[in-house]
Unconditional design. Structure first.
Lengths: 329, 421, 286
């Protein structure tokens, strides 16, 4: 099972992450518990985006649409149908996959920035349409009633342990999918399309099918994260989930960590989420918006100094170390 | 020689440490932490910051000795047995998910006794859901959505009249004008931002209008932050309703007014929910253009002079120095909630949440900053003495025109057309 | 009928405004392939500048727009020198995300220093003045802004097509290495382009203070519309930007009145998607 160092790292990480909630005082009702849960969730979100944007090279700013569809799936089940999110979430995932294929098929004709702007336009359209779609809540949104705690309703009020384990499960699912992609033919196809679509096609790769499958997969996983988000916040409305702000989170975390890498999304979340949460909680007394100013400044600096993200930094340093070692011999 | 030097230092260190421990224990003993959760950044930041300043002003009245102010808990220092209120601020940035996690952080990490918040109804909902699940008290000053007190919550208390109550009052005023002044108002237009706040207000307006046979001829939601409101105002003008109810915050409000000026159209009467109309800073920027619009308010400097003189004292002493403007009818309600909470704690004699909550549910509280003078909550948390009046603004002065009991001036009706100003 | 004329005129006027805001973005995109996420915040900065000039010095925006243009020229150049230059070519999205960070920084800086309050100038020369035309009411401030917009667009177009500097810009846009081989200082060209782009939006912001309230979030929707205008027109094409902006302004106006005001932006973004499917490089793109 432990074929190599990468495997050891992955399984070791899961083991540690799994043990945390059982160590008293670490997760429980603490702020750290909230931050840790959010790190896992946003890492999963970023990794789902990584599938289509990092591995397949199609940079989409529209993922908050799929995130939102998943959130509405879960919330509608609970609020409008008095049912369980366990039924709503898979439906949301399916809907997101279908929607993603329908809107991506024409969009994949577009190149570069034209494609990016088209994804902006799609988010804005969905946002505004959901705002006037009164049957599913419209501008009022959907508010959760108070339900008994537990796994059935996927809702807890006194401890974050359940949410943490749920987020960990989603994290493991999404990252395992990517692990599988990396090692199997799908990964080769994705990378072939990313590196040069015409060349790939000349070698017999059906780039349209590859891109659409990647998009559907990516969208459904993002939707699953959205369902979790709705459960966690007891509410969903269009500006919360289907906004450009949320789309940018998918993008920023992945790029900060390292686009197209396995650990990138996790590293990005590991840095950005605590930064975001702790600066807001403890620096907002400095004056309005100082935490967001610092956030913006950090993004600028990272993009100037090391746009390949944290993974880029790590590779740069390990390369230096290896070169030095060779020289010594 | 060395030993003496080292031991002296050690002794001094121990003394210093113990002093620190003692003083912090001292300080920790007599503090009641109250969280305030408002939008300090984002689109509603203006109002959020005003709300925080209001609560801080109220805390000053309670914490310090203010014999000159005739309000409960003002004269003595602090409450209970020398306890002082410590305000812990939190920013939800206008986002419901942030409101939820900040509420949790306030209760669980900062260990606040209660939270006052959160201005945006869409943020108040998840934040108070956290409180209710944790069985902690949540005091809400001015969020207007009627849905907040329709949840059967036991720990949630809200001061402001709901958009349902306000809609009824607006419609009553129109009935009054029709009857007493032959106003002939038959049609109604609605213009509102397409958000939780605006949409819910519009729904309540529809309900109220149906009761009196007022016909809604224009229902115009707009995207807040729009680059222009040309189409929206055009639609209103084309329908030409006699009356318009508006729900637009700050910048959109001034854009709406200016756009109506541009197309040279006004309804006979325009009444606003709690929004840009009530913000003195916005009206100052609009200058004369804002004149003759009306809105529902629980507070105005003119009302205060007659009915809430203590509020004026508090404003001068603790609020205006912080915010450079007089109280506005939204944020003042947050101060009221701190006063009510403090009175409940004082009555309970302890920081037992259950005791305090029970008192909040059953007792009536005198309130020098509420128009009706008292506050009492019914099951679900709505303040049954919530009162707002309709005012009309002229020359930056909000004059009360309805209900008659509070009327200070005759309304200018219909609104003076643009070319006659 | 007068409704139709009113809607038509409103659409043309706001379209011309969008064209001015988008012109600078079109140049940046065309020459350097950079989407400036902070474009709306540049607009906000210009509006604040001219608001304060009007409020404190009493100078009307009809004259202070020059200051807006100059100040934003400098900001644009500075943004290039400090941010864009160091992130170009390194990774796919680097300049875009860097400007996203810049937009957060600018927006919250203004919020911190100027408070989130909405600020509107009163008593300006053109304020509230209107005149009748074909049964519709035309707002003088918006008309003046539209005329300025046309003038600036023509000026920039003339600059690019008829001057040596403009040819150098075109050359750099077509092939950077070849241009350098021809002795063109592409570094300065890039600086100039970002500066001119900033100046365009600076002029727009200055004039808009006559009728729009400033606040830290004012740039948001303008940014998005500018992106759509530039992509719709085809990057690098000034006539494309003008044409696309007019189209967007008209779609917004007609959809807003004849369908419903609340979907006017849905129509704008939908039109973009429809057109771009038919012509994937924009209307005039190459």
């Amino acid at each position: 099972m432990f074929k190599n160092k990468a495997d050891k790292l992955w399984y070791g990480f899961i083991a540690v992450a799994f043990i945390l909630p059982f160590v008293p005082g670490v997760i429980g009702g603490s702020f750290f518990g909230h931050v840790a849960t959010m790190i896992l969730l946003y890492a999963a979100m970023a990794q789902s985006w990584n599938i289509i944007s990092g591995y397949c090279g199609q940079t989409s700013f529209g993922h908050s649409v799929f995130f939102g569809i998943g959130a509405y799936g879960a919330a509608l089940a609970v609020v409008n149908f008095n049912s369980l999110p366990w039924y709503g979430a898979p439906l949301g995932m399916l809907a997101a996959a279908v929607v993603s294929v329908i809107i991506s098929y024409p969009c994949f004709k577009l190149k570069g920035h034209y494609f990016a702007i088209a994804t902006f336009a799609i988010v804005e359209i969905f946002n505004r349409l959901f705002m006037i779609w009164d049957t599913i809540g419209g501008a009022l949104g959907l508010d959760y009633p108070i339900l008994p705690d537990g796994w059935v309703n996927f809702s807890w009020s006194d401890t974050k342990n359940g949410y943490y384990l749920g987020a960990l499960a989603i994290f493991i699912l999404v990252f395992s999918v990517v692990r599988w992609i990396e090692r199997h033919r799908m990964g080769y196809y994705l990378r072939a399309v990313r590196e040069g679509q015409e060349t790939a096609e000349s070698l017999g790769v059906n780039s349209t099918v590859v891109k659409l499958s990647a998009m559907a997969l990516s969208a459904s996983l993002a939707a699953l994260c959205g369902a979790f988000f709705a459960q966690y916040n007891y509410r969903v409305d269009p500006p919360m989930v289907m906004s450009l702000d949320m789309s940018m989170k998918f993008v920023l975390i992945t790029i900060l960590g390292g686009l197209g890498t396995f650990w990138g999304p996790f590293l990005g979340a590991l840095v950005l989420i605590p930064l975001q949460e702790y600066t807001r909680a403890y620096l907002s007394h400095l004056g309005a918006g100082v935490d967001l100013m610092i956030f913006g400044l950090i993004i600028i600096i990272v993009m100037i100094k090391q746009p390949l993200g944290i993974m880029g930094l790590i590779r740069y340093f390990t390369k230096k170390k290896n070169v030095k070692r060779e020289g010594d011999a | 020689m060395q030993l003496r030097k080292r031991s002296t230092i050690a002794v001094l260190l121990v003394l210093a440490l113990s002093l620190m421990v003692c003083s912090s224990a001292f300080a920790a003993d007599k503090v009641i932490k109250i969280g305030v959760l408002f939008p300090l950044t984002g689109p509603a930041a203006v109002s959020g910051q005003n709300c925080v300043n209001s609560v801080l002003a109220a805390a000053d009245v309670i914490n310090k000795a203010n014999p000159d102010i005739n309000a409960p808990l003002a004269a003595k220092v602090g409450l209970l047995d020398g306890y002082k209120i410590e305000i812990v601020k939190a920013d939800h940035q206008g986002k419901p998910d942030v409101a939820k996690s900040e509420a949790e952080r306030l209760y669980n990490q900062e260990k606040v006794f209660a939270v006052i918040g959160s201005y945006n109804s869409s943020a108040t909902k998840p934040a108070s859901a956290v409180a209710e699940r944790a069985k902690k008290i949540f005091m809400c000053g001015c969020s207007s959505s009627a849905a907040l007190t329709e949840r059967d919550y036991k720990y949630f208390f809200r001061h402001a009249p709901t958009d349902a109550i306000e809609s009824k009052e607006f419609v009553e005023y129109i009935e009054y004008l029709n009857k007493e002044k032959n106003a002939g108002i038959k049609t109604l237009g609605l213009i509102y931002e397409n958000t939780e706040f605006g949409k819910h207000a519009a729904e309540e307006a529809h309900k109220a209008a149906k009761h009196t046979g007022l016909k809604v001829v224009a229902d115009v939601p707009f995207n807040n932050g729009a680059t222009n409101l040309n189409s929206e105002v055009q639609t209103l003008k084309a329908a030409n309703p006699d009356a318009v109810f508006g729900a637009a915050l700050g910048g959109d409000y001034s854009l709406w007014v200016r756009t109506m000026k541009q197309v040279n159209w006004l309804p006979k009467i325009a009444i606003n929910y709690c929004t840009g109309y009530q913000n003195p800073a916005v009206q100052k920027e609009l200058a004369g253009d804002g004149d003759h619009f009306m809105g529902g308010m629980g507070y105005s400097p003119e009302l205060a002079k007659k009915f809430m003189p203590e509020a004026i004292k508090i404003e001068a002493k603790y609020y205006t120095p912080r915010s450079n403007q007089p109280f506005d009818s939204d944020s003042i309600q947050e101060a009221v909630m701190l006063f009510v909470l403090a009175q409940a704690i004082e009555k309970a004699g302890s920081l037992d949440t259950e005791k305090v909550a029970q008192i909040l549910r059953t007792e009536e509280f005198p309130s020098v900053m509420s128009l009706s003078g008292t506050v009492k909550f019914e099951p679900g948390g709505q303040n049954i003495h919530a009162l707002s009046v309709i005012t009309q603004i002229k020359d930056l002065d909000y004059k009360t025109v309805f209900p008659i009991k509070y009327q200070k001036a005759q309304p200018v009706f219909p609104m003076t057309p643009w070319d006659k100003r | 009928m007068s409704n139709f004329v009113q809607v038509l005129i409103d659409g043309i006027l706001s379209g011309l405004l969008y064209a001015l805001v988008a012109a600078g973005l079109s140049m940046m995109w065309g020459v350097m392939d950079v989407i400036n996420f902070a474009h709306g915040e540049f607009l906000m900065v210009a509006m604040y500048l001219c608001y304060w000039i009007g409020e404190i010095l009493g100078i009307d925006p009809l004259f202070s727009w020059i200051a807006g243009g100059i100040f934003l020229f400098l900001i644009g150049a500075l943004t290039y020198r400090l941010i864009i230059k160091n992130s170009l070519g390194k990774a796919a999205m680097a300049p875009l995300l860097a400007t996203f960070g810049l937009s957060m920084l600018l927006k919250n800086f203004c919020m911190n220093r100027f408070t989130p309050n909405f600020r509107l100038l009163s008593g300006t020369i053109m304020e509230g003045k209107t005149f009748q035309f074909a049964g519709a009411i035309v707002s003088v401030p918006q008309l003046v802004t539209a005329i300025f917009s046309l003038a600036v667009l023509l000026g920039v177009y003339w600059l690019i097509k008829k001057t040596r500097v403009g040819w150098a810009i075109q050359a750099t846009a077509m092939d950077k290495e070849a241009a350098e081989l021809m002795g063109i200082d592409t570094e300065n060209i890039y600086l100039l382009v970002f500066g001119i782009g900033g100046a365009c939006v600076g002029v727009a912001g200055g004039l808009m203070t006559t009728y729009l309230a400033v606040h830290p979030e004012v740039g948001g929707l303008f940014s998005l519309i500018a992106f759509v205008v530039v992509a719709l027109g085809g990057f690098g094409s000034i006539p494309g930007a003008l044409f696309a902006a007019l189209l967007i302004g008209l779609v917004e106006s007609f959809a807003g009145f004849y369908i419903a005001a609340v979907v006017k932006y849905v129509a704008v973004f939908a039109i973009y998607l429809v057109v771009i499917m038919i012509r994937p490089k924009g209307l005039f793109g190459w």
